[in-house]
Write a protein that binds this ligand. Structure first.
Ligand code: ZN
Length: 363
């Protein structure tokens, strides 16, 4: 069986947020959960818990309350909630109605793994506190709730050794940060997932690293990879198809206006910056994502997995990634179309699951 986990990075924009938090994140996430529920799927909310902590520290309680209410709603309604960390919240400040984000702590590694004398949290503290927070909030709602999965902010899992050890120390044994073929070096992002094992999923021993397949045991992390296509004939054609279909649909339907920007605009508009962005785009794999990927192309990626791996005789797990903050009405319709096609044509070989349904539950 090919088991698909539809995940959502549950977070605000880290540049500007043009509308209130409720409209940026909370409402689109409810829409997403409800649509998936009607189509026989559940959502795995990867919740950016450090944003909740930082709002509270600064005495802003309304948004954390909405976040928590949403996480409780998710668990009550058969969805799932797991851990996503954007460590730059720790040093970010708020003035004149606007966040000033400190990207120098954008990678969780930037917090360091050693114990701190100055009382600021290390990466290991943040993971421990995040897991504890989710379990304290959600076990009273469902006694079987476990925080078992992690996604690194900005997909920054590398260097992985200490990070994976810190996750295992807290009993988090699933990672879903990697997309095969991904490579990005921007100063705040730094990873290279071009040499990972061929298999859809694999176990990672922190001492051996992500490029080696380890045995399943208590000292290994299960990689529930984000679906992607790279090194595939016709990949560029697929990218062009996706962008054309996207344009046609935007013309036909009125698209929701953008609710924010990814980063405070550091890009500028010079030719070399443009070439860099274009190079990044062309060099990146096509991700199994509802962030601007049309249903036909998402389906094409799933078909590629079905063709390349023996899903009849093995259980594989794949993540779909997306961001409610940037999801407009078209993306919601595309994802709905994708779910309906899977349910109609692939029911015998593809099913939607969340992390509690992964077969070899370790804990
Ligand atoms: Zn994120």
């Amino acid at each position: 069986m090919l088991n698909i986990c539809i995940t959502a990075d549950h977070e605000l924009f880290f540049g500007d947020n043009y509308v209130p938090e409720e409209d940026v994140l909370i409402k689109p996430t409810y829409n997403l959960m409800d649509m998936l529920g009607e189509n026989g799927a559940s959502l795995v909310i990867m919740s950016d818990v450090l944003s909740i902590f930082r709002y509270r520290e600064l005495g802003m309680n309304e948004f954390p309350e909405s976040m928590e209410e949403q996480l409780v709603y998710a668990i009550k309604n058969g969805h799932d909630v797991q851990l996503h960390i954007h460590s730059h919240w720790i040093n970010s400040t708020y003035s004149n109605g606007k966040w000033e984000f400190d990207y120098s702590k954008y990678k969780i590694h930037d917090l360091g793994f050693e114990d701190r004398r100055d009382g600021t949290p290390s990466a290991a503290d943040v993971i421990r506190n995040g897991k504890k927070y989710l379990e304290d909030l959600l076990i009273p709602v469902d006694s079987s709730y476990v925080c078992r999965a992690f996604r690194a902010g900005g997909w920054n899992l590398m260097p992985e050794r200490e990070l994976l050890k810190a996750l295992l120390n807290e009993g988090i044994w699933i990672d879903t940060s990697i997309f095969k073929g991904g490579r990005l070096e921007t100063g705040i992002h730094g990873f290279d997932y071009t040499n990972v094992p061929e298999s859809i999923n694999w176990w990672i021993d922190p001492d051996m690293g992500i490029e080696h397949m380890a045995q399943m045991d208590d000292d290994a992390v299960f990689e529930m990879v984000i679906g992607s296509c790279y090194k595939m004939p016709g990949l560029l054609v697929k990218k062009i198809e996706n962008s054309l279909l996207g344009r046609i649909r935007k013309k036909r339907l009125s698209e929701t206006p953008p609710r924010g920007t990814a980063f405070a605009d550091a890009q500028g508009g010079t030719l070399s910056e443009f070439a860099k962005k274009l190079g990044n785009y062309l060099g990146q794999p096509l991700m199994l994502s509802y962030d601007g990927v049309c249903k036909e192309v998402m389906l094409g990626i799933v078909k590629h997995y079905l063709k390349s791996y023996d899903c009849e005789n093995n259980d594989y797990y794949l993540s779909v990634i997306g961001h409610p903050k940037s999801m407009g009405n078209i993306a919601l319709l595309e994802l709905e179309g994708f779910c309906r096609r899977i349910n109609r044509d692939y029911k015998s070989i593809v099913r939607f699951v969340n992390t509690s349904e992964i077969k070899f539950q370790k804990r």
